[in-house]
Design a protein around this ligand. Sequence first.
Ligand SMILES: [Zn+2]
Length: 417
Amino acid sequence: MRDGQRCAKQCAAEWRWVWWVRLQRVWWGARAAQGRAAAARSSAAAAAARAAAAERRARAAERAREVEDSPQVLREKCRQLARAVRDAKHLVVYTGAGISTAADIPDYRGPHGVWTRLQRGETVGRVEVSHARPTLTHMALSALWARGALKFVVSQNCDGLHVRAGLPRRALAELHGDMFCERCARCGRVLMRAFDTTERTRRHAHATRRLCPACGHELRDSIVHFGERGRAAWPLNWAGALRHAAAADVVLCLGSSLKVLRRYPHLWQMQRAPHARPALYIVNLQWTPKDAAAALKINARCDAVMAAVARRLRLRVPRYAARRDPLLAHAVPLAPAERHTARAPSLPPPDLSDSDDERCYSLGEPSASSASSDSDPDPDDELPLRRLADRLRAPPPPPPSPPDMPNHFKAFQVRQV
Ligand SMILES: [Zn+2]
């Protein structure tokens, strides 16, 4: 009896042990399954993050890639752009570093641009831009302004080439300053110099070591660096830029990634409904954040596009001539006591005896270029600009409104709700 009870107790203890072991196995199995599921989830999340990062890199590389339209596509797009320039009532142009690459000035975000090289960890030496000359695009814009077809230029460039191409300051906003301009911080006087005024200046240190000839206060360069807010009236001319942006019906962006300009919503009239904003035309080799909103995007170099547009508009584009350079004509020379403040030599004065300065770019005949590449008729090959006198003439008065109805008829008018 005692043996039987002992045996029953022993059996019960063994069964409890067996069940406890089984429960432990189940519990540990569940824990392991949870761990494997968590590991799978984390590895899936890591894989998704890696895929998203790779997608971002691929998209950034795709957007940084320079793409050129085929000659046939470029011809058709230039025709559309020429038509838009001809029909524009208030054309405003936004320019970036891409219009100066033909003058051997590196652009900013291109494959060999300053920003791109800094991102790759490469060093960028001092870029000598003071000896650059205005390009065909600079000269074409000045010619368009002289014909009354262009009202205003907003530039992000500091190279001063728009002024040197003959564009007056009242038709220009240099949002990031002008390397040839220094200004008095007290009286606001602006002095043009025939040398690089940024030679000894840097971010948050803009004094050029020269003094204002009018009030004796220190002169500063006009450059607006990253992280700085430009407040000078000239040469930045924000007031003119905003006034003309509000009046524009066509905006043409030349050689800019627009990654800085897009941050200024009033330049794009973003406060208006999309259909009430100016028509946007973009010429750039790379993607821009405004491509989706553009009426036309041209992937080509600015000089090629402006040459084609000028040819269709029958616009004479003069070549740059030093004797007509406003900078060389109006630059204030250094006083003897200031000569130690500038190390780089000044731009040489123009040779006034040079009589070969009336040359224009040879743009050719539009019909000849189109006939060689395509036999289709091209009725819009020539889109001559209207004469300046026609543009300046006041618009015709609106048609007379119908006479007022007698008072006793007004009572029967149906009011529109
Ligand atoms: Zn002053």
